[in-house]
Design a protein around this ligand. Structure first.
Ligand SMILES: [Zn+2]
Ligand SMILES: [Zn+2]
Length: 607
């Protein structure tokens, strides 16, 4: 082939790449290392890299040739956490479900459940080297948020809405390290290290800030263990609810400590306490479960769980990093003992060491002049899928021991004993009071008592809806004024958990109301409730529940004047009565297993 033709073809290929890859960005080898900033590294700001949490990156599903799949509306199909094809699902489940119903036995239903779970989650499984499927394509941003096209900017801010708050931090000094949550851990840490070098080159600065969120904390732990020289690249670390010692939920899942595989709990208690359903729905499902014998239901549950855990979750090293160090050795014996999984085990053992060394490594950073801050959320029990859910304080997703680097907590709903004395494990300043005002937290036992902030009653997955957390993070990113929990009256050590999504909608609704059409009393109440709702948002100092009180008052008057529809929760009393009566009298038996006359007994009981 002539050279000119070769050139033309390669140009064409490049063009096609640019056009088809488009938003997906360029691969690591093609990351641009030339300076992009006007400051050339001479400004007061540090380039800041957000390392997001579980599922906070766009990962798309491709076919075997690497072409991104699209849905009927032409949108890319996300690979996280699941890929549900309704038609396929019905095909798999319909006949076994009907047959099992008619015969009141497991007529292939648990086998079908295995297949269904595989169809939904199987693409997340990694191979025996811990490498994810080529069918999962991560949308990466090898450029600052300023240079990321509008679409990509929207995606980044959709996950971490820094754009909603004022900051002096220039956007060309903000970066987002996107990754697949089910990816290969060691590979991702290598990529993060290269990404940091790229950001230094593109901005001209010799140090960066890192903001690891949740699962991102495990990449940070790996980074400082495998690349100790990275200490010279780091100015400030802002850990936001980092999973530094994993999540007890994964520890429970990987050690057979599931709560709902116990029928006694599944049929009474699990669904009500899940935190995701109202009681009406929960009781309805409980009763519906009895459409099949309990043995059949339980074998379907076991089949689904074992497929998800054995065949999917435990093949991903980036899931293993979420297993707490105390739970790792037993889980490893259970799932990583076969020769086929020896390579996986080699890799997860490497992270296990990083996890054990995490506190010492972070201490090392601090001693070398890196500023390390941490945000912890507490007083929300873990979701109840594992049997350990109510044994320690947490933020619904991660136990506080992991996010706080060892601070001491009373359990949710409890307080430290009257005569409790601050442990001072890591603080030797006698003037410091590290006990929370609600007497739940002793921050002095955590590794960084003077630079760790605590958010009361905050749900982990609603972190992005807490304006205080975002404002404090931006303050730390853009400036060095806040050195510790004593630097600013706006940001004391103990802060409030809250979710501003709903109150902001109500404020907008209230502001659109024509008050001249209201009675004097209603207009006055509306004005006062509106002012109160807006005022609480101007403060970073608040208590857990204060925002919700203001929100409830505003909601009440808006409902009264007809600007907002009253949310009527369905009364669960009747379904609760039925479900509990069945449970108390017949345990977990299905309807077909009940003795004759049971139904009339139930009717008598209820009416
Ligand atoms: Zn600069
Ligand atoms: Zn202190």
């Amino acid at each position: 082939m002539k050279n000119s033709l070769k050139k033309a073809i390669s140009v064409l290929l490049c063009l096609t790449m640019v056009l088809t890859v488009g938003i997906i960005g360029v691969s690591a080898e093609e990351a641009d290392y030339s300076v992009k900033t006007d400051c050339n590294g001479e400004c007061e700001f540090y380039p800041t890299i957000i390392v997001p949490g579980l599922g906070q990156s766009n990962t798309w599903l491709a076919d075997d040739e690497g072409n991104l799949l699209t849905d009927d509306a032409g949108n890319y199909i996300t690979s996280f956490p699941a890929y549900v094809q309704t038609g396929k699902l019905i095909k798999t489940l319909a006949i076994p479900a009907l047959t099992s119903l008619f015969t009141q036995s497991d007529a292939g239903l648990s086998e079908a459940a295995k297949q269904a779970v595989w169809d939904i989650f199987g693409h997340q499984a990694c191979d025996e080297n811990g490498l994810p499927s080529d069918r999962i394509v991560t949308e990466r941003y090898y450029q600052s948020t300023a240079d990321t096209p509008d679409y990509g900017q929207e995606e980044v801010f959709g996950h971490v809405p820094f754009n909603l708050y004022e900051t002096t931090q220039p956007l060309d000094h903000m970066y987002y390290f996107a990754y697949s949550s089910f990816g290969n851990h060691l590979e991702l840490v290598d990529e993060l290290y290269s990404f940091i070098q790229m950001v230094k080159a593109q901005t001209g600065h010799d140090k960066v800030n890192l903001v690891p969120l949740s699962q991102g904390g495990t990449l940070f732990s790996g980074l400082i263990e495998y690349y100790p020289e990275v200490v010279n690249d780091l100015h400030k670390i802002i850990l936001v609810v980092p999973a530094l010692d994993g999540s007890t939920i994964i520890g429970d899942i990987f050690n057979d400590r599931l709560s709902f595989t116990d029928p006694e709990y599944l049929y009474n208690g699990f669904l009500e306490n899940l935190g995701l359903l109202d009681e009406f729905t929960a009781r309805l499902i409980e009763i519906a479960l009895r459409i099949l014998p309990d043995e059949v239901i339980m074998s379907v549950v076991d089949a689904a769980v074992s497929t998800l855990v054995e065949d999917v979750m435990t093949t991903s090293t980036n899931m293993w990093v979420l297993c707490p160090s105390d739970d790792y050795p037993t889980a490893r014996e259970k799932y990583l003992s076969t020769p086929e999984r020896a390579e996986l085990r080699r890799q997860t053992d490497i992270y296990y060491q990083a996890q054990l060394n995490s506190k010492a490594n972070i201490q090392g950073l601090v001693e070398n002049g890196v500023q390390v801050f941490c945000f912890v959320e507490y007083d929300t029990p873990l979701i109840n899928v594992g049997t350990s859910w109510n044994t320690e304080n947490g933020d619904f997703i991660i136990q506080t021991d992991s996010t706080s680097m060892g601070a001491y907590f009373a359990n949710c709903g409890e307080t430290l004993p009257e005569d409790y004395v601050q442990k001072n494990t890591h603080c030797d300043n006698p003037d410091h009071n590290h006990i929370s005002p609600d007497r739940v937290v002793d921050a002095s036992a955590g590794l960084l008592p003077d630079t760790t902030f605590y958010f009361d009653e905050q749900y982990h997955e609603q972190t992005a809806q807490n304006d205080i957390i975002l404002k404090l993070a931006l303050e730390l990113i853009a400036r060095d004024d806040v050195k510790d929990v004593y630097s600013s009256p706006d940001f004391p050590q103990f802060l409030a958990g809250r979710n501003i999504a709903n109150i902001k909608t109500l404020i907008a609704t209230a502001e659109a109301v024509d008050a001249s059409k209201l009675s004097g009393a209603d207009a006055a109440e509306l004005a006062e409730a509106l002012a109160g709702a807006k005022e609480v948002l101007t403060r970073t100092v608040s208590y857990a529940g204060e925002l919700e009180e203001r929100e409830a008052r505003l909601n009440e008057i808006l409902v009264k004047i007809g600007a907002v529809e009253a949310t009527a929760e369905k009364d669960p009393a009747m379904l609760r009565k039925i479900s509990l009566w069945l449970y108390d009298n017949y345990g977990t038996d299905g309807f077909s297993e009940l003795p004759a006359g049971a139904l009339s007994g139930l009717l008598k009981e209820i009416f």
